[in-house]
Ligand binder design. Structure first.
Ligand SMILES: NC(=O)c1ccc[n+]([C@@H]2O[C@H](COP(=O)([O-])OP(=O)(O)OC[C@H]3O[C@@H](n4cnc5c(N)ncnc54)[C@H](OP(=O)(O)O)[C@@H]3O)[C@@H](O)[C@H]2O)c1
Length: 296
């Protein structure tokens, strides 16, 4: 995948749209240059992949233009990265999406009972049968990635992680090395640095969220300082706050891919303007501080 500033459309909330509405959103995304679409077998209990599959069936030629990524491993109340589960879920996703190959398969979350050799067998079978072209993971730390390197032949190309101006431990812990502040607690074991060292591209989820509980930080009364700063920069760059929030992620030289989860064409059109914004270092740090963080 090219290394230029890239934004992906997350399909986790597609289930609340009709096929007609989803089709409009997906077509608009493609029109705007988005090619990567992020799914998971569990989104909308399978409904999101099915709706996307309907849209593909209605639009011959669309499949070849885009990159479809899905994930497996999260079940109701437990995690399962066994060979059998991976193979079964990929088959179900292929059927729901009405396609005969996935461009990218991600393992959704670490499974405490993971057997890396079994994952290797599953990946080999999927790659050799042409069902999956590239592999990656989500929510995994540098130690887990090293275990993949040891036992799994297929290289991991992506790690999808939560990251936003508010949820920023991936960068905070790097600045607080050897400090006694709370921020120095290493929540990710140098995952950002490991991904950079090993050509694993980071994709970010909930890129505009404060947290699951609080929802987006945009216009959220709990984040007045951040919203003031976002407003100021929106005016400067002639865009909306959501574009500034995504530009903050795109500024990082590791070239992360923000997966945006909007279901509104209007929001999508606003967000993609982030690709043309290059925040200064000072602006980047001011947004970080306005998000409630400190510097050592
Ligand atoms: N790997 C994982 O564990 C994991 C976990 C969660 C999500 N994901 C992936 O990441 C994608 C994005 O996650 P997310 O949906 O939590 O992230 P997000 O893009 O930060 O949040 C999108 C949500 O914010 C709302 N929103 C409110 N105001 C907005 C504004 N001004 N601009 C844009 N959005 C606004 C959207 O509503 P509207 O629809 O009304 O715009 C939507 O509900 C998901 O679709 C999924 O593909 C992965």
């Amino acid at each position: 995948m090219e290394a230029r500033k890239q934004i992906s459309l997350g399909c986790m909330r597609l289930g609340k749209l009709s096929v007609d509405e989803a089709e409009k959103l997906i077509k608009e995304a493609i029109e705007e240059g988005i090619i990567l679409f992020d799914h998971a077998d569990i989104y909308g209990a399978g409904k999101c992949e099915e709706i996307f599959g309907e849209v593909l069936a209605r639009n011959p030629g669309m499949r070849e233009k885009i990159i479809i990524q899905t994930k497996c491993g999260i079940c109701k109340g437990y995690y399962d990265l066994s060979k059998e589960h991976i193979l079964n879920q990929v088959q179900k996703s292929l059927e729901a999406l009405k396609t005969d190959y996935l461009d990218i398969l991600l393992l959704h979350r670490p499974d405490a009972l993971i057997d890396y050799q079994e994952v290797n067998e599953a990946f080999e079978e999927l790659y050799n049968s042409g069902k999956v072209r590239e592999f990656g993971v989500s929510n995994m730390n540098s130690w887990q990635l090293q275990l993949f390197k040891k036992y799994v032949k297929q290289p991991l190309k992506y790690n999808q992680l939560q990251f936003s101006i508010i949820h920023s431990s991936l960068v905070s812990q790097g600045m607080f090395v050897n400090m006694m502040a709370d921020e120095s607690l290493d929540h990710s074991n140098g995952t950002l640095e490991y991904c950079l060292l090993n050509d694993i591209r980071i994709q970010t989820w909930s890129s505009l969220m404060a947290s699951w509980e609080e929802g987006t930080y945009i216009d959220n009364p709990h984040y007045p300082n951040l919203n003031m700063k976002l407003e100021e920069l929106s005016e400067k760059y002639g865009v909306t706050k959501n574009a500034i929030g995504i530009a903050w992620i795109l500024k990082h030289p590791i070239n992360m891919i923000p997966i945006v989860g909007t279901t509104k064409i209007e929001h999508l059109k606003e967000i993609i303007k982030a690709r043309d914004i290059n925040l200064s270092r000072e602006e980047w740090y001011k947004l970080y501080l306005a998000g409630g963080h400190t510097l050592p």
